[in-house]
Design a protein around this ligand. Structure first.
Ligand code: R7I
Ligand code: MG
Ligand code: MG
Ligand code: MG
Length: 348
């Protein structure tokens, strides 16, 4: 169904935008029970028609995500140098969007070296080990949408587009896992319920393949950190949701700017919202429940909500997202337009 797929493209990019815009005021916070109530009221208010006041601003998550989408729209053969140039141009035109502290070095070096080797600056980060931040994962949704019918190409493009800024395998595999999760949500019929355990088991199977490619054959580096984290996600989903559990989740799954401590948490947030047993989040709307719950876990709230929102939006489509809430977000029309162009480029 073409209309459904088009709606899912919009849903996923808007999901990413709303998670970013609505989550960013809480970035870095530890969320107390009292604050969960504040967040509930904040979301209730966002559903008010024609709400006045300034828009909720997007941050680096959306700023980079839109440039990934533009690259795919502009250059169907995937030109990574073009992508690197768009990242740098976007950064220098609006540098105060809350970028990660170290990625700025990559942008400076790319510009200074005139994009001679677009992968070199990222490789030099952190004394040569590369960044494991979630900056690759936060912007990856357009890749999952564009390659909706070509899984192998999707994995390859997810890796290469991430490596422009993040080369640590934790950063790369985190982005790949996020991409796979959006892709899987996209292919799921919104009229059919998702079974969290099945969804996680399928993700586990897929990320295992990706992680095994890093094995050295000697048993020295054959850990599968994301596979292990997904087992934790399943474990936590088996426990009834309660306040203290949220704290344990934040501690054990993580809520930091490291991909390893945020992508599995975004998956958990979406799955927990699907299970619909969250005492501190009161809404019938699965999309809202997903991003609101992600935010109540604290820490890197804009990015975890952005990633969870991209999954929920890809599953449900645009219709599931409250229009009043969406219109509160800076760039709403721009993202809808971008989603339509990405759709046109992806299905021709
Ligand atoms: O990953 P990145 O683009 O940051 C994205 C985050 C999101 O939460 C955005 O919303 C924004 O707030 O930032 O930027 P990087 O600078 O590559 O990584 C982010 C941070 O992760 C770094 O500044 C480090 O603090 C940490 N980090 C590391 N620390 C030690 N060793 C990333 N890689 C390493 C590492 O290898
Ligand atoms: Mg941000
Ligand atoms: Mg392995
Ligand atoms: Mg963030």
């Amino acid at each position: 169904d073409k209309n459904l797929l088009k709606s899912k493209f919009r849903g996923s990019l808007l999901g990413s935008l709303l998670g970013d815009c609505l989550g960013s005021p809480f970035e870095g916070d530890v969320i107390t029970p009292g604050e969960k109530l504040v967040i509930q009221k904040y979301f209730d208010k966002l559903e008010t028609p024609d709400l006045k006041g300034p828009k909720r601003c997007y941050t680096d998550d959306t700023a980079m995500m839109k440039e990934v989408a533009k690259t795919l729209i502009d250059k169907p053969e995937i030109d990574y140098k073009h992508m690197a140039k768009l990242f740098v141009k976007e950064y220098f035109s609006e540098p105060h969007r809350g970028y990660g502290q170290n990625v700025v070095e990559v942008f400076n070096k790319l510009r200074k070296t005139k994009f001679e080797d677009i992968y070199k600056p990222a490789k030099e980060q952190f004394n040569g080990s590369g960044s494991f931040g979630n900056g690759g994962a936060m912007r990856i949704a357009p890749v999952a949408l564009y390659f909706h019918d070509n899984y192998d190409a999707m994995i390859n493009v997810a890796k290469q587009s991430t490596e422009i800024t993040h080369t640590n395998s934790l950063g790369v595999h985190g982005a790949v896992l996020q991409c796979i999760a959006v892709h899987q949500a996209l292919s799921h019929d919104p009229k059919t319920a998702i079974t969290p355990k099945d969804f996680c088991d399928e993700l586990t199977k897929k990320i295992k393949v990706v992680e095994s490619e890093n094995d050295d054959g000697l048993g020295l580096h054959d850990q599968n950190p994301y596979e292990d984290k997904l087992n934790f996600v399943n474990y936590f989903l088996g426990i009834k949701c309660h306040e203290e559990l949220d704290e344990e989740v934040a501690q054990n799954l993580g809520n930091s700017i490291a991909a390893y401590d945020s992508v599995p948490t975004a998956i958990y947030s979406f799955m927990r919202a699907v299970q619909n047993d969250i005492p501190t989040v009161n809404t019938d709307n699965l999309f809202r429940r997903t991003i609101q719950y992600a935010i109540t876990l604290g820490g890197d709230t804009d990015t975890i909500a952005c990633m969870a929102g991209a999954m929920a939006g890809a599953y449900l489509g645009e219709e599931a997202i409250d229009k009043n809430m969406a219109k509160q977000c800076e760039g709403y029309e721009m993202i809808v337009d971008l989603a339509d162009k990405l759709y046109a480029a992806a299905v021709k």
